[in-house]
Design a protein. Sequence first.
Length: 364
Amino acid sequence: MKLKSRPAAALISLSLAAVALAGCSEEASGGGNGGSGDGDSAACAKEDVQLLGQVRNESNPYEAAWLDGGDAFAESVGLEQERLTYDGDSTKQQDQITQRLAGDTKCLVMNILPNGDSDTPPIVEGAEAAGVYTVTQWNKPADMNVADYDYWISHITYDGVESGKQIGDALAEAIGGEGGIIALQGVLDTAAAKDRFAGLEASLEENSGVELLDQQTANFSRDEALTVTKTLLSKHGDKVKGIWTANDDMALGALEALKQAGRTDVAVVGIDAVPDALSAIEDGTMTATVSSDGPWQGGVGLAIGYCVAIGELKVEDIADEDRAFYAEQFLINKDNVADFSTPETDPADFECDNVFNRAVGPIS
Protein backbone atom coordinates (compact mmCIF):
# COMPACT_ATOMS: atom_id res chain seq x y z
CA MET A 1 0.00 0.00 0.00
CA LYS A 2 1.35 3.42 -0.94
CA LEU A 3 0.36 6.14 1.49
CA LYS A 4 -0.27 9.71 0.41
CA SER A 5 2.27 12.42 1.02
CA ARG A 6 1.28 15.46 3.04
CA PRO A 7 1.03 17.66 -0.10
CA ALA A 8 -1.42 15.13 -1.59
CA ALA A 9 -3.39 15.10 1.63
CA ALA A 10 -3.56 18.88 1.53
CA LEU A 11 -5.02 18.76 -1.99
CA ILE A 12 -7.63 16.26 -0.85
CA SER A 13 -8.42 18.56 2.05
CA LEU A 14 -9.18 21.42 -0.34
CA SER A 15 -11.34 19.11 -2.43
CA LEU A 16 -13.27 17.90 0.61
CA ALA A 17 -13.81 21.44 1.82
CA ALA A 18 -15.04 22.57 -1.60
CA VAL A 19 -17.47 19.69 -1.86
CA ALA A 20 -18.72 20.26 1.67
CA LEU A 21 -19.21 23.98 1.14
CA ALA A 22 -21.06 23.31 -2.09
CA GLY A 23 -23.33 20.90 -0.26
CA CYS A 24 -23.96 23.45 2.46
CA SER A 25 -24.81 26.18 -0.05
CA GLU A 26 -27.31 23.88 -1.75
CA GLU A 27 -29.06 23.47 1.61
CA ALA A 28 -28.77 27.12 2.60
CA SER A 29 -32.49 27.59 2.94
CA GLY A 30 -32.81 25.01 5.69
CA GLY A 31 -30.05 22.44 5.40
CA GLY A 32 -26.76 21.94 7.14
CA ASN A 33 -26.68 20.66 10.68
CA GLY A 34 -29.65 21.19 12.92
CA GLY A 35 -27.21 22.03 15.71
CA SER A 36 -23.69 23.34 15.78
CA GLY A 37 -20.43 22.43 17.44
CA ASP A 38 -20.53 25.57 19.54
CA GLY A 39 -24.14 25.13 20.54
CA ASP A 40 -25.30 28.41 18.89
CA SER A 41 -28.08 26.77 16.85
CA ALA A 42 -31.01 24.59 17.77
CA ALA A 43 -30.11 20.99 18.51
CA CYS A 44 -30.95 18.15 16.16
CA ALA A 45 -34.04 16.07 16.79
CA LYS A 46 -32.93 12.63 17.93
CA GLU A 47 -34.63 10.94 14.98
CA ASP A 48 -32.78 13.22 12.53
CA VAL A 49 -29.30 12.21 13.61
CA GLN A 50 -27.32 10.18 11.07
CA LEU A 51 -24.58 7.86 12.32
CA LEU A 52 -21.58 6.69 10.31
CA GLY A 53 -18.66 4.46 11.30
CA GLN A 54 -15.63 3.90 9.07
CA VAL A 55 -12.76 1.42 9.58
CA ARG A 56 -10.24 -0.30 7.33
CA ASN A 57 -11.97 -3.64 6.89
CA GLU A 58 -14.22 -6.18 8.55
CA SER A 59 -11.85 -9.08 7.97
CA ASN A 60 -9.95 -7.75 10.99
CA PRO A 61 -12.00 -9.02 13.95
CA TYR A 62 -11.15 -5.97 16.05
CA GLU A 63 -12.43 -3.54 13.42
CA ALA A 64 -15.51 -5.67 12.79
CA ALA A 65 -16.20 -5.55 16.54
CA TRP A 66 -15.78 -1.75 16.40
CA LEU A 67 -18.56 -1.49 13.80
CA ASP A 68 -20.70 -3.95 15.74
CA GLY A 69 -20.35 -1.70 18.78
CA GLY A 70 -21.51 1.21 16.65
CA ASP A 71 -24.54 -0.79 15.56
CA ALA A 72 -25.36 -1.60 19.17
CA PHE A 73 -25.23 2.06 20.16
CA ALA A 74 -27.29 3.10 17.14
CA GLU A 75 -29.95 0.52 17.99
CA SER A 76 -30.06 1.76 21.59
CA VAL A 77 -31.14 5.21 20.38
CA GLY A 78 -33.48 3.96 17.66
CA LEU A 79 -31.14 4.65 14.74
CA GLU A 80 -28.96 2.74 12.28
CA GLN A 81 -25.24 3.09 11.64
CA GLU A 82 -23.87 3.42 8.12
CA ARG A 83 -20.89 1.05 7.97
CA LEU A 84 -18.00 1.99 5.67
CA THR A 85 -14.73 0.13 5.03
CA TYR A 86 -11.84 1.21 2.81
CA ASP A 87 -9.55 -1.85 2.72
CA GLY A 88 -6.57 -0.02 4.19
CA ASP A 89 -6.44 2.22 1.10
CA SER A 90 -5.99 5.91 1.93
CA THR A 91 -7.29 7.04 -1.47
CA LYS A 92 -10.42 4.95 -1.07
CA GLN A 93 -10.99 6.32 2.42
CA GLN A 94 -10.75 9.91 1.22
CA ASP A 95 -13.04 9.17 -1.75
CA GLN A 96 -15.66 7.67 0.57
CA ILE A 97 -15.60 10.71 2.84
CA THR A 98 -15.70 13.12 -0.12
CA GLN A 99 -18.76 11.37 -1.54
CA ARG A 100 -20.49 11.24 1.82
CA LEU A 101 -19.92 14.94 2.47
CA ALA A 102 -21.36 15.72 -0.96
CA GLY A 103 -24.66 14.14 0.12
CA ASP A 104 -27.05 14.81 2.98
CA THR A 105 -24.94 15.94 5.94
CA LYS A 106 -27.76 17.24 8.13
CA CYS A 107 -27.13 16.09 11.72
CA LEU A 108 -24.43 13.69 10.55
CA VAL A 109 -22.10 12.12 13.13
CA MET A 110 -18.93 10.31 12.00
CA ASN A 111 -16.71 7.96 14.03
CA ILE A 112 -13.59 7.50 11.92
CA LEU A 113 -10.44 5.38 11.97
CA PRO A 114 -8.05 7.34 9.70
CA ASN A 115 -5.76 5.01 7.79
CA GLY A 116 -2.69 7.00 8.80
CA ASP A 117 -1.74 10.23 10.53
CA SER A 118 -1.65 12.15 7.24
CA ASP A 119 -5.20 11.06 6.40
CA THR A 120 -6.72 12.85 9.38
CA PRO A 121 -6.33 16.51 8.30
CA PRO A 122 -8.36 16.26 5.06
CA ILE A 123 -11.10 14.28 6.80
CA VAL A 124 -11.37 16.72 9.69
CA GLU A 125 -11.19 19.83 7.53
CA GLY A 126 -13.81 18.55 5.12
CA ALA A 127 -16.11 17.61 7.99
CA GLU A 128 -15.55 20.99 9.64
CA ALA A 129 -16.55 22.82 6.46
CA ALA A 130 -19.68 20.68 6.20
CA GLY A 131 -20.61 21.07 9.87
CA VAL A 132 -20.35 17.32 10.49
CA TYR A 133 -19.78 16.14 14.06
CA THR A 134 -16.64 14.02 13.98
CA VAL A 135 -14.72 11.78 16.36
CA THR A 136 -11.45 10.24 15.18
CA GLN A 137 -9.49 7.44 16.78
CA TRP A 138 -5.90 6.21 16.84
CA ASN A 139 -4.22 8.34 14.15
CA LYS A 140 -3.60 12.07 13.85
CA PRO A 141 -0.55 14.32 13.41
CA ALA A 142 0.96 15.20 16.77
CA ASP A 143 0.80 18.92 16.03
CA MET A 144 -2.90 18.92 15.08
CA ASN A 145 -5.00 20.35 17.91
CA VAL A 146 -8.59 19.13 18.26
CA ALA A 147 -9.51 22.23 20.28
CA ASP A 148 -8.89 24.38 17.19
CA TYR A 149 -12.05 22.95 15.61
CA ASP A 150 -15.76 23.27 16.36
CA TYR A 151 -17.04 20.04 14.80
CA TRP A 152 -14.05 17.80 15.44
CA ILE A 153 -15.29 16.94 18.89
CA SER A 154 -12.74 14.46 20.17
CA HIS A 155 -9.82 12.22 19.30
CA ILE A 156 -9.41 8.93 21.17
CA THR A 157 -6.30 6.82 21.27
CA TYR A 158 -4.34 4.54 23.56
CA ASP A 159 -0.87 4.80 25.02
CA GLY A 160 0.88 2.68 22.44
CA VAL A 161 4.23 2.97 24.15
CA GLU A 162 2.71 1.47 27.28
CA SER A 163 0.96 -1.38 25.46
CA GLY A 164 4.00 -2.13 23.29
CA LYS A 165 6.15 -2.33 26.39
CA GLN A 166 3.59 -4.41 28.28
CA ILE A 167 3.57 -7.14 25.65
CA GLY A 168 7.34 -6.81 25.20
CA ASP A 169 7.84 -7.48 28.91
CA ALA A 170 5.37 -10.39 28.77
CA LEU A 171 7.29 -11.85 25.85
CA ALA A 172 10.60 -11.47 27.67
CA GLU A 173 9.18 -13.26 30.69
CA ALA A 174 7.77 -16.05 28.53
CA ILE A 175 11.17 -16.82 27.01
CA GLY A 176 12.95 -16.72 30.34
CA GLY A 177 14.51 -13.31 29.91
CA GLU A 178 16.89 -14.25 27.12
CA GLY A 179 16.88 -15.28 23.49
CA GLY A 180 16.07 -13.91 20.06
CA ILE A 181 12.78 -12.40 18.96
CA ILE A 182 11.37 -10.96 15.76
CA ALA A 183 8.93 -8.05 15.52
CA LEU A 184 6.07 -7.41 13.10
CA GLN A 185 5.22 -3.74 12.83
CA GLY A 186 1.91 -2.23 11.72
CA VAL A 187 1.16 0.48 9.15
CA LEU A 188 4.19 2.72 9.55
CA ASP A 189 2.31 5.99 8.95
CA THR A 190 0.30 5.53 12.13
CA ALA A 191 0.92 6.74 15.64
CA ALA A 192 -0.19 3.34 16.93
CA ALA A 193 2.52 1.48 15.03
CA LYS A 194 5.23 3.99 15.91
CA ASP A 195 4.34 4.13 19.59
CA ARG A 196 3.96 0.38 20.02
CA PHE A 197 7.36 -0.27 18.49
CA ALA A 198 8.85 2.41 20.74
CA GLY A 199 7.35 0.46 23.63
CA LEU A 200 9.10 -2.68 22.44
CA GLU A 201 12.36 -0.78 22.27
CA ALA A 202 11.83 0.39 25.87
CA SER A 203 11.19 -3.20 26.91
CA LEU A 204 14.37 -4.36 25.19
CA GLU A 205 16.37 -1.77 27.10
CA GLU A 206 15.16 -3.25 30.38
CA ASN A 207 15.45 -6.87 29.24
CA SER A 208 19.04 -6.92 28.06
CA GLY A 209 19.06 -10.68 27.55
CA VAL A 210 16.47 -10.41 24.77
CA GLU A 211 17.82 -9.76 21.27
CA LEU A 212 15.76 -8.29 18.44
CA LEU A 213 16.86 -10.44 15.51
CA ASP A 214 14.77 -8.72 12.88
CA GLN A 215 11.74 -6.51 12.33
CA GLN A 216 9.50 -5.89 9.33
CA THR A 217 6.14 -4.31 8.72
CA ALA A 218 3.15 -6.54 8.02
CA ASN A 219 0.68 -3.62 7.91
CA PHE A 220 -1.60 -4.96 10.65
CA SER A 221 -2.58 -7.76 8.22
CA ARG A 222 -2.88 -11.47 9.07
CA ASP A 223 -2.05 -12.55 5.54
CA GLU A 224 1.02 -10.33 5.35
CA ALA A 225 2.11 -11.50 8.81
CA LEU A 226 1.90 -15.12 7.68
CA THR A 227 4.20 -14.40 4.74
CA VAL A 228 6.64 -12.23 6.68
CA THR A 229 6.86 -14.68 9.57
CA LYS A 230 7.61 -17.57 7.21
CA THR A 231 10.43 -15.53 5.70
CA LEU A 232 11.91 -14.54 9.06
CA LEU A 233 11.63 -18.07 10.47
CA SER A 234 13.48 -19.37 7.44
CA LYS A 235 16.13 -16.67 7.86
CA HIS A 236 16.72 -16.98 11.61
CA GLY A 237 15.62 -20.55 12.32
CA ASP A 238 15.89 -21.84 15.88
CA LYS A 239 17.23 -18.50 17.10
CA VAL A 240 13.63 -17.24 17.12
CA LYS A 241 12.21 -17.79 20.61
CA GLY A 242 9.49 -15.13 20.52
CA ILE A 243 7.42 -13.01 18.14
CA TRP A 244 6.26 -9.50 19.07
CA THR A 245 3.42 -8.18 16.90
CA ALA A 246 1.76 -4.77 16.89
CA ASN A 247 -1.75 -6.25 16.70
CA ASP A 248 -3.56 -9.54 17.14
CA ASP A 249 -4.36 -10.03 13.46
CA MET A 250 -0.62 -10.21 12.79
CA ALA A 251 -0.14 -12.40 15.85
CA LEU A 252 -2.66 -14.86 14.41
CA GLY A 253 -0.83 -14.83 11.08
CA ALA A 254 2.41 -15.54 12.94
CA LEU A 255 0.76 -18.42 14.81
CA GLU A 256 -0.32 -19.95 11.51
CA ALA A 257 3.23 -19.67 10.17
CA LEU A 258 4.55 -21.38 13.30
CA LYS A 259 1.96 -24.13 12.91
CA GLN A 260 3.00 -24.72 9.30
CA ALA A 261 6.65 -24.81 10.36
CA GLY A 262 5.91 -27.29 13.16
CA ARG A 263 7.21 -24.87 15.77
CA THR A 264 5.59 -25.06 19.22
CA ASP A 265 8.47 -23.47 21.12
CA VAL A 266 7.87 -19.82 20.17
CA ALA A 267 5.99 -17.30 22.35
CA VAL A 268 3.72 -14.82 20.54
CA VAL A 269 2.17 -11.55 21.75
CA GLY A 270 -0.18 -9.01 20.17
CA ILE A 271 -2.65 -6.20 20.83
CA ASP A 272 -6.46 -5.87 20.42
CA ALA A 273 -7.88 -8.86 22.34
CA VAL A 274 -9.80 -10.27 19.39
CA PRO A 275 -11.71 -13.51 20.09
CA ASP A 276 -9.26 -15.80 18.25
CA ALA A 277 -6.35 -14.32 20.19
CA LEU A 278 -8.15 -14.80 23.49
CA SER A 279 -8.81 -18.42 22.54
CA ALA A 280 -5.13 -18.84 21.68
CA ILE A 281 -4.14 -17.47 25.08
CA GLU A 282 -6.59 -19.84 26.74
CA ASP A 283 -5.12 -22.88 24.98
CA GLY A 284 -1.54 -21.75 25.56
CA THR A 285 -0.46 -21.07 21.97
CA MET A 286 -0.31 -17.31 22.50
CA THR A 287 1.18 -15.46 25.48
CA ALA A 288 -0.51 -12.07 25.86
CA THR A 289 -2.51 -9.28 24.27
CA VAL A 290 -3.86 -5.87 25.25
CA SER A 291 -7.51 -4.92 25.08
CA SER A 292 -8.66 -1.54 23.80
CA ASP A 293 -12.28 -2.80 23.67
CA GLY A 294 -13.31 -2.43 20.03
CA PRO A 295 -17.07 -2.52 20.70
CA TRP A 296 -16.72 0.33 23.19
CA GLN A 297 -14.71 2.35 20.67
CA GLY A 298 -17.35 1.85 18.01
CA GLY A 299 -20.11 2.88 20.37
CA VAL A 300 -18.51 5.72 22.27
CA GLY A 301 -17.30 7.60 19.19
CA LEU A 302 -20.86 7.78 17.91
CA ALA A 303 -22.24 8.49 21.38
CA ILE A 304 -20.02 11.55 21.82
CA GLY A 305 -21.14 12.98 18.49
CA TYR A 306 -24.77 12.06 19.11
CA CYS A 307 -24.79 13.80 22.49
CA VAL A 308 -23.42 16.98 20.93
CA ALA A 309 -25.82 16.78 17.98
CA ILE A 310 -28.92 16.56 20.18
CA GLY A 311 -27.67 19.33 22.47
CA GLU A 312 -27.14 17.30 25.62
CA LEU A 313 -23.38 17.94 25.43
CA LYS A 314 -21.80 21.18 24.26
CA VAL A 315 -18.34 21.28 22.80
CA GLU A 316 -17.38 24.35 24.80
CA ASP A 317 -18.21 22.44 27.99
CA ILE A 318 -15.90 19.52 27.18
CA ALA A 319 -12.68 19.71 29.19
CA ASP A 320 -9.55 20.25 27.11
CA GLU A 321 -8.13 16.92 28.28
CA ASP A 322 -11.21 15.15 26.85
CA ARG A 323 -10.85 16.68 23.40
CA ALA A 324 -7.85 14.38 22.77
CA PHE A 325 -7.34 11.62 25.30
CA TYR A 326 -5.85 8.24 26.07
CA ALA A 327 -8.46 5.62 26.95
CA GLU A 328 -8.10 2.79 29.43
CA GLN A 329 -6.51 -0.47 28.23
CA PHE A 330 -5.89 -3.88 29.81
CA LEU A 331 -3.07 -6.44 29.59
CA ILE A 332 -4.48 -9.95 29.13
CA ASN A 333 -2.58 -13.17 29.78
CA LYS A 334 -3.40 -16.72 30.89
CA ASP A 335 -4.13 -15.51 34.44
CA ASN A 336 -7.00 -13.18 33.52
CA VAL A 337 -8.09 -14.19 30.01
CA ALA A 338 -11.32 -15.72 31.34
CA ASP A 339 -12.41 -12.26 32.47
CA PHE A 340 -12.25 -10.97 28.89
CA SER A 341 -13.51 -13.96 26.90
CA THR A 342 -17.12 -12.78 26.89
CA PRO A 343 -16.84 -8.96 27.05
CA GLU A 344 -19.96 -6.92 27.64
CA THR A 345 -20.18 -3.20 27.04
CA ASP A 346 -22.12 -1.31 29.69
CA PRO A 347 -24.86 0.82 28.05
CA ALA A 348 -24.24 3.38 30.78
CA ASP A 349 -20.85 4.09 29.14
CA PHE A 350 -22.73 5.76 26.29
CA GLU A 351 -24.90 8.07 28.37
CA CYS A 352 -24.03 11.70 27.72
CA ASP A 353 -22.58 12.30 31.18
CA ASN A 354 -20.43 9.14 30.97
CA VAL A 355 -18.88 9.21 27.50
CA PHE A 356 -15.49 10.29 28.85
CA ASN A 357 -15.44 7.93 31.82
CA ARG A 358 -12.65 5.76 30.34
CA ALA A 359 -10.33 8.71 29.70
CA VAL A 360 -7.09 8.22 31.64
CA GLY A 361 -5.26 11.36 30.56
CA PRO A 362 -4.74 13.89 27.78
CA ILE A 363 -2.59 13.10 24.77
CA SER A 364 0.70 14.86 25.41
